[in-house]
Design a protein around this ligand. Structure first.
Ligand code: ARG
Length: 466
């Protein structure tokens, strides 16, 4: 959608009056932002129209000026949409490109548009408008991902898999329970984006360059027109604040961290040594040399792209840390990291929502891994402790039993009652249930636990929280 701007130099700069020589081509290229900020054109026009409407309402420009501006802007919208608009590098940024074209189309009314406004409050307004819409899209995509995740979690609510600590088999959990951990993470992500949105939704316009303006403006009117929840209270802060962008990038980084963790698990689970899941072929690629390969490229890339969003966050923090009030040209550097984090998150969410629907569990492989890891050892220790043996002693007794079973190449559940009783006379025939995977799972029957009954209830609650 973004087009490369042309560089056919019109001699009359916006600020030509004050200058005695033109910019070199290198400086022009260095200082221009139009090749990336043209992406804000819809927000720029929307902001300008609200501003013009307010100027007319306040009698600062004539009603006929407003009509001209509206007509010109409608023409510009259709030129940009049809790819006919000529973006010019000499006009530096999206704001001056649109304003210049407007003036070419409607004359003096176009020149009056910038009354009581500066590009400093204009660009801050554009970014906030863009970010608000972007947050809304991201929240909707998180919900799509969660919906797909819950379908799988519900289907696998009772499917046992090894739960790990230190990536070693620890205790049985259900695959559904494991998936629900990602529901919680993305739920917090959603809350973070919505919280950030509150601070995005404030109008900087009216702050002009830094100190406000001498015209009798109505900022509340403009805020309402643009759907903001209020106005920025301090003009200096309004034009220089980029906290909201940093918060947004932080929320993006955290979300990507969650998807990076999920990706790492998918990479492991897809490996034939685990073989816990199959991922639909459309998310994998082959190798140009090894005919047998099926690589989990999508999760690997998501894991890698987390570096990109972390970089963007650090870039914005660094951008702001030394800036004196108010606006500085440094701020022009805020856009690319912001856009990049948003694009990365949006693509990742889209692809993962689709990929979740294509994940197939392999319960027999999960059960096989559980059988090898003495996953019910804690259950046996709890069993003995409930019969009166102090837990620390029970822990030791079970450790000895595990050692013995391991030497015989057996699982705890394969030991006979007599063999178990050799370790502790407290063991009775009722030990059998606690040593089975199903018994172990069912016993963790409380809110937040992995008992299939609890997982089903958690899925139901999660559905209402989406
Ligand atoms: N392109 C500029 C930016 O993105 C617009 C604001 C320019 N303001 C200025 N005083 N030069 O920040």
């Amino acid at each position: 959608m973004s087009q490369s701007p042309t560089s056919s130099a019109p001699a009359n700069y916006t600020w030509a009056g004050r200058f005695s020589e033109p910019m070199s081509d290198l400086v022009k290229r260095y200082t221009a932002s139009v090749d990336f900020d043209q992406r804000l054109w819809r927000q720029d026009i929307r902001g300008s129209l609200a501003h013009a409407k307010m100027l007319a309402k306040q009698g600062i420009i004539a009603a006929s000026d407003l009509a001209d501006i509206e007509r010109g802007m409608a023409q510009i919208v259709s030129e940009i949409e049809s790819g006919q608009f000529e973006w010019q590098l000499d006009l530096e940024d999206v704001h001056l490109n649109i304003e210049k074209r407007l003036t070419a189309l409607v004359g003096d009314a176009g020149k009056r548009l910038h009354t009581g406004r500066s590009r400093n409050d204009q660009v801050a307004t554009d970014i906030r408008l863009w970010l608000r819409d972007t947050i809304d899209s991201i929240v909707a995509l998180i919900q799509q991902f969660q919906t797909a995740l819950l379908v799988l979690a519900e289907k696998e609510a009772a499917t046992p898999m090894p739960g790990s600590t230190h990536l070693q088999v620890a205790q049985p959990v259900t695959f559904g329970h494991h998936l629900l951990a990602y529901f919680e993470m993305t739920q917090r992500d959603k809350e973070r984006f919505l919280d950030c949105r509150k601070r995005v939704s404030r109008l900087p316009l009216g702050s002009a360059a830094l100190a406000g303006t001498t015209y009798p403006i109505d900022r509340e009117f403009v805020a309402k027109e643009l759907g903001f929840d209020g106005v920025c209270e301090n003009s200096l802060d309004a034009v220089s604040d980029r906290d909201f962008g940093i918060e947004f990038c932080a929320a993006c980084s955290l979300l990507m961290t969650h998807f990076s963790r999920l990706s790492e698990e998918l990479v492991l689970w897809m490996n034939p040594r685990f073989g816990f899941v199959k991922i639909a072929d459309r998310f994998c690629t082959g190798s140009s040399i090894m005919p047998q390969k099926k690589n989990p490229d999508v999760p690997e890339l998501a894991r890698g792209k987390t570096g990109r969003t972390n970089g963007n966050l650090v870039a914005l923090l660094t951008l702001m840390k030394g800036q004196p009030l108010a606006y500085n040209k440094d701020n022009q550097e805020d856009k690319e990291p912001l856009f990049d984090s948003a694009d990365t998150v949006i693509d990742t969410l889209r692809i993962f929502a689709d990929m979740m629907a294509g994940i197939e569990a392999r319960p027999e492989r999960m059960r096989g891994a559980l059988a090898e890891g003495f996953a019910t050892a804690t259950d046996l220790a709890d069993y003995l402790a409930k019969k009166g043996l102090p837990f620390r002693e029970a822990h030791e007794v079970v450790g000895l039993a595990v050692k013995a079973a391991e030497a015989q190449g057996k699982d705890l559940a394969d030991l006979t009652l007599a063999e178990l009783q050799a370790f502790s006379p407290l063991v009775q025939s009722d030990v059998a249930t606690c040593l089975t995977i199903e018994g172990s799972l069912a016993a963790r029957n409380h809110i937040g636990g992995t008992a299939p009954e609890q997982v089903k209830a958690a899925v139901a609650r999660a559905k209402s929280r989406v």
